[in-house]
Design a protein around this ligand. Structure first.
Ligand SMILES: C[S@@+](CC[C@H](N)C(=O)[O-])C[C@H]1O[C@@H](n2cnc3c(N)ncnc32)[C@H](O)[C@@H]1O
Length: 295
């Protein structure tokens, strides 16, 4: 195996590839960028030659093609990537990040992964280890991990089916339950409790609905008799919350663009019990709402 003398990665890797064309690259970045592109082309020829058992030329011959500008760096990149290819392939397989676009540029991906794993980034990581007084990469990663901030679970009581105090009693048999101080029909449960299969959820007495989502209808505070337009309604959590606050008097015009999501909206309305209690309450439109001429 040829051992190149040059340091291979002299510029940022993925960052360079992803830089928008409008942003100017420094000359070092530009040369690293071209070296990677050129190395990928050479690598493709080498690997295709291997696959067909018919080499299109030695790496040197391919690199000395006049179209290759940065011959030293390209040669080094190709050799080093080939040397580490089994590891690179393993990493790619484990990471499972190849989409169809990247699969078409597999050789470039190999080169970039080489750079990330064994090129300049390693020395950056080493510098970081010293700076953060960490002995191993794992310790460094742990230093950067944000503490697990546990978020409470919220459920909104569907007052068309159940009153808030009964829901507190029922859920209180299993969990510690608190009433939210901003949204009257919202309950706070401990982080991590899974209510998906709870009978109050499956029968539509409570909805798994976050605080931000539940605040919308509460902030509007519609009164019975109002006519309310829900312009983007599926899956319908806010639609049925409005229905509960309006106690069945008035009208809700629920619009939804997506045909499949209209089905979800109808299912939410059915689950909430609103459709049977208030048969003429909802008007569901599969439409694109147009406001001031704009969708
Ligand atoms: C974030 S969801 C709405 C969530 C809903 N308000 C709730 O609380 O359950 C946005 C919905 O708006 C629909 N949508 C987007 N643009 C729309 C348009 N111009 N007209 C009608 N529906 C639209 C989308 O298909 C999607 O189902």
């Amino acid at each position: 195996m040829v051992r190149p003398k040059t340091a291979v990665a002299k510029g940022p890797s993925l960052a360079v590839v992803n830089k928008s064309k409008n942003q100017r690259l420094s000359s070092a970045e530009r040369s690293a960028y071209f070296a990677r592109r050129e190395a990928a082309k050479v690598l493709r020829s080498v690997l295709q030659g291997d696959a067909r058992r018919r080499a299109l030329g030695s790496i040197k011959t391919l690199v000395y093609n006049p179209s290759v500008r940065n011959k030293k760096a390209t040669f080094a990149l190709v050799c080093q990537t080939l040397k580490h290819l089994p590891i690179i392939k393993d990493v790619l397989e484990a990471a499972n990040i190849l989409n169809s676009k990247w699969k078409r540029q597999l050789e470039l991906v190999y080169i970039i992964i080489y750079d990330i794993l064994f090129g300049k980034e390693i020395s950056l990581a080493a510098r970081l280890l010293v700076r953060r007084k960490a002995k191993r990469i794992e310790d460094l990663v742990a230093l950067y991990q944000t503490p697990d901030v546990s978020k409470p679970r919220y459920v909104r009581v569907n007052t068309l089916k159940m009153d808030v105090d009964s829901a507190v009693l029922e859920l209180g048999k299993q969990f510690t339950v608190q009433k939210d101080d901003m949204v009257p029909d919202l309950l706070i449960l401990p982080p991590g409790c899974d209510l998906h299969a709870h009978s109050l959820v499956t029968n539509g007495s409570v909805f798994l609905q976050g605080k931000a989502s539940s605040m919308v209808a509460a902030a509007l505070a519609p009164e019975p008799g109002w006519k309310v337009l829900d312009a983007c309604s599926a899956p319908g959590n806010k639609t049925v919350h409005l229905a509960a606050l309006m106690k069945g008097k008035g009208k809700i015009i629920a619009c939804e663009l997506n045909k499949e999501r209209v089905k979800r909206l109808e299912e939410t309305i059915r689950l909430s019990g609103a459709a049977s209690i208030l048969p003429h309450f909802f008007l569901i439109y599969r439409c694109q709402c147009v406001i001031n001429g704009k969708p």
